[in-house]
Design a protein around this ligand. Structure first.
Ligand code: KG4
Ligand code: ZN
Length: 391
């Protein structure tokens, strides 16, 4: 496929020169890249522009996504290319496959996003990209694409923390000021609680000490012979089951001093429930009802832990707002229980719609806040892969 990215007319050359390039309006930041100089357009130039527009790029795991957003959090265009079909037969995300798929998709996704938004790079004020946390190969693809577009267009680069962006999705979806708040991020790799004093001021409070909630859903889905990703499949099965039929453990829930989760033992408890210690769940034939009951019991245990620790975090911080993000926030039972908790304790609850819970680039609009604070990155910006563990 031939991919053409429409570049800004104000493309600044990479020609070595000691003075700011006229093409950047004379006010650009000059940065060294691979031994040559190029010019970044002056971020303040947006004040000539009544609307600030950012291109946001997301490639931390297995979704390639881009969005054009404004400083009033209007989404001009957004595209998400999911890789679920590529990873399904492996029962989990295969990092090498993910990064190769990002390479193939990143430019078509960006081009389609710009087309939908009806803009070219010349109409933008900055390029934002998630550079942490995530899979190293996946992160690199998005970051390299963003840097290349910055070099070609002279636009400034902004870093996005993917987990903080998940919290910010609550502000985008609700149109309300959600800060200060407690942020609960529940995704395939993370189950973290944050004290969020402002959109650029996050303090980790605690998280899982082993598996993440989404990871546990995915592994339990696989134990139950359900399709990948396990989260939606387990939650669909659970809807037909009796959550009280089997009581699974609620690790760490009774400890009022710790904001921590542990889902690894819970996953093992499900394995034992299916096949007994040492047994092979793949050899056990489960009736549809038993699958549903196990799914419902497991889901209820996870939800109890997430709701209980969120309540504890609100109590400890004294905040009255809970913002929830990440793929597991798409879980209907979790939403229901969080709503009950909010009604009971009188706190505000924000959970974005499904499309903004799972990975997307719209939430990269958190970069607008960094733009306003002048927090730009050099083109030497690195990626910070791995998991943000704070348990
Ligand atoms: O945030 P996300 O899209 O990707 C990252 O991990 O960053 O989250 C994906 C996770 C997967 O583990 C998936 O199984 C889980 O979110 N998930 C769900 C549901 N939908 C997605 N878990 C439980 N119930 C759901 N309805
Ligand atoms: Zn995510």
């Amino acid at each position: 496929m031939v991919v053409k990215i429409v570049l800004a007319s104000r493309v600044s050359a990479s020609a070595p020169s000691p003075s700011p390039s006229p093409a950047s309006g004379g006010g650009g930041h000059r940065q060294p890249l691979c031994g040559c100089w190029f010019s970044i357009r002056n971020p303040q130039s947006h004040f000539r522009n009544p609307v600030l527009r950012l291109l946001c790029i997301e490639s931390t795991c297995d979704e390639t996504a881009a969005a054009v957003v404004t400083d009033s959090l209007e989404v001009l265009g957004a595209v998400v290319a999911s890789q679920n079909a590529l990873h399904e037969r492996f029962g989990g995300v295969v990092p090498e496959i993910a990064s190769r798929a990002h390479v193939e998709r990143v430019l078509p996704v960006i081009e389609e996003t710009l087309r939908k938004a009806g803009v070219t790079l010349a109409d933008l004020d900055a390029i934002a990209v998630a550079n942490q946390p995530g899979l190293v190969g996946s992160l690199l693809v998005g970051v390299c694409a963003a840097k290349a577009l910055c070099v070609a267009s002279g636009l400034p680069l902004i870093a996005v923390n993917h987990l903080q962006a998940h919290v910010y999705a609550c502000k985008i979806a609700s149109g309300e000021e959600v800060f200060p708040c407690v942020g609960l991020i529940v995704s395939g790799g993370h189950s973290n609680l944050y004290r969020c004093d402002g959109p650029t001021d996050f303090t980790p409070l605690g998280g899982t000490i082993d598996d993440a909630a989404g990871e546990a859903f995915d592994k339990v889905g696989s134990l139950l012979g359900l399709p990948f990703p396990g989260g939606p499949a387990v939650s669909r099965a659970a809807a037909q089951g009796d959550a009280k039929a089997i009581r699974f453990p609620r690790p760490l829930l009774d400890d009022p001093t710790r904001l921590a989760f542990s889902f690894s033992g819970l996953k093992t408890a499900v394995r034992y429930e299916i096949a007994g210690p040492g047994g092979d769940p793949a050899q056990v034939e489960l009736s549809e009802q038993r699958v549903a009951d196990i799914a419902a019991g497991f889901q209820e245990a996870v939800v109890d832990c997430l709701v209980g620790k969120s309540e504890l975090a609100l109590k400890m911080t004294g905040f009255d707002t809970l913002c929830v993000g990440g793929g597991v926030a798409a879980n209907g039972r979790l939403r229901e229980r969080l709503e009950e908790s909010a009604a009971k304790h009188g706190h505000r609850l924000f959970i974005p719609p499904m499309s903004l819970c799972t990975d997307n680039a719209v939430m990269g609009a958190i970069a607008i806040e960094r733009f306003k604070e002048g927090k730009f990155e050099s083109l030497e910006m690195d990626v910070y892969p791995g998991l943000e563990r704070i348990g």
